[in-house]
Design a protein around this ligand. Structure first.
Ligand SMILES: Nc1ncnc2c1ncn2[C@@H]1O[C@H](COP(=O)(O)OP(=O)(O)OP(=O)(O)O)[C@@H](O)[C@H]1O
Ligand SMILES: [Mg+2]
Length: 289
C-alpha cells in the first residue's frame, strides 16, 4: 500500500532521513516510533508527497487508482494525513473547517456538508459544529485535525502524533477512531510516543532513529528480540527488600522459588520487558533536542 525505498532527505547539514525503507501492507496498522528528531515527520511528509526525497522512491499502490507517486492527484484524494502541527482555520467553525477540506478533496458542497456532520459526531464534536475554533481546547483541535484527514474516506491514513498533548479521554477517543478505521480495512501509519497504545493497536511497529530503521516487527517479535530478560522479584517473610532475578524463563524461576525451602514468600512479581524497554534499548536513554 505504501512503499518507501531507501529514501533520504537532508535539510542543510542535518540528515533527517538516511536511507529508510519501509513497506506498509494494505489493511495494516503500523506504528512509527522514534525519539524527538528521529525523522518521523519528515518520513510522513515524503510519504504523502509534501516533501520530495533527495533520493530513493515512494510508491502507493495495489489498489486501482492508487498507483504511482504521491504527487498524483488521484492518489492525493485517496490518502488522508493529519499533520503533527494542527492545520486548521481558527476563524472558521468546526463544520466549516471540515467542509473546506472536503471541497479541497473534490467533494460536492452537499457531500462535504453531510460528511462534516457525520465526522463531527464521530469525533465527539457534534455539539460544537457551529463554534469557531478560537475557543477549542488542544484535545478538541486534535480530534478535528484527525476528522479533516478522514473527510474523503481515504484508504491510507497517516497520522503524525495524533494524540500529542491531549488528555486520556481524548486520547482514548482518538484510538477508538483508529480502531474503527482499522476494522474498515483502512491502512494506517501513525507516529506516536505512547508505547502502550502503539502496542495495543499496531499490527507492526517500526522503530526509527537518526533517520534509519532500527527494527521492525510485531510487538511480540520486537520484545523477544530486543527487550532483554524478564525479572522475577521475590520477597520472603523477614526480608526487607525483594531479590531480583533476571531470567529468560521467569515461570521456571517462580516454580523453583515456590518449591524451595526457606521462609514463606511474602511477595512475588514477574516484570516482563515491554515495547518501552525495546525502545530504550534501541535508541538509548540520553535526551534529544
Ligand atoms: N524544515 C526543516 N528545516 C531544517 N531542519 C529540519 C526541517 N524539518 C526537520 N528538520 C530536522 O530534521 C530532523 C528530523 O526531524 P523530524 O521533524 O522529521 O523528526 P521527528 O521524528 O518528527 O521528531 P518529533 O518527535 O520531535 O516530532 C531534526 O533534526 C530536525 O531538526
Ligand atoms: Mg515529528
Amino acid at each position: 500500500m505504501l512503499r518507501l525505498s531507501d529514501v533520504r532527505k537532508r535539510f542543510g547539514k542535518t540528515i533527517a532521513v538516511d536511507g529508510l525503507s519501509l513497506h506498509v501492507h494494505a489493511g495494516e496498522v503500523m506504528g512509527l516510533l522514534g525519539p524527538n528528531g528521529a525523522g518521523k515527520t519528515t518520513t510522513i511528509g515524503m510519504a504523502v508527497g509534501l516533501l520530495r526525497p533527495d533520493s530513493g522512491s515512494v510508491s502507493l499502490g495495489h489498489e486501482p487508482g492508487l498507483v504511482g507517486s504521491p504527487d498524483h492527484p488521484r492518489v492525493r484524494t485517496l490518502v488522508g494525513v493529519a499533520p503533527q502541527e494542527v492545520a486548521l482555520y481558527d476563524a472558521l467553525t468546526a463544520r466549516e473547517n471540515l467542509a473546506f477540506f472536503g471541497r479541497l478533496h473534490g467533494l460536492s458542497r452537499r457531500e462535504a456538508r453531510a460528511r462534516a456532520r457525520e465526522l463531527l459526531a464521530s469525533v465527539g464534536l457534534g455539539d460544537r459544529a457551529h463554534h469557531r475554533l478560537h475557543g477549542f481546547s488542544g484535545g478538541m483541535k486534535r480530534r478535528l485535525n484527525l476528522a479533516c484527514a478522514l473527510v474523503a474516506r481515504p484508504r491510507l491514513v497517516l497520522l503524525d502524533e495524533p494524540t500529542a498533548g491531549v488528555d486520556p479521554q481524548s486520547r482514548h477517543a482518538i484510538f477508538e477512531i483508529v480502531a474503527n478505521l482499522k476494522a474498515q480495512g483502512v491502512t494506517i501509519l501513525f507516529s506516536t510516543h505512547y508505547m502502550e497504545e502503539a502496542a495495543r493497536l499496531c499490527d507492526r511497529v517500526a522503530i526509527v532513529d537518526h533517520g534509519r530503521l532500527l527494527a521492525l516487527g510485531t510487538v511480540d517479535e520486537l520484545v523477544s528480540a530486543h527487550g532483554g530478560p524478564s525479572v522475577v522479584a521475590i520477597r520472603r517473610e523477614g526480608q526487607a527488600d525483594a531479590t531480583r532475578i533476571e531470567t529468560a524463563t521467569p515461570l521456571e524461576e517462580v516454580a523453583r522459588a515456590i518449591g524451595s525451602a526457606g521462609p514463606a514468600i511474602a511477595e512475588l512479581r514477574i516484570e516482563k520487558p515491554d515495547l518501552e524497554a525495546v525502545f530504550l534499548h534501541l535508541t538509548g536513554r540520553e535526551h534529544r533536542q
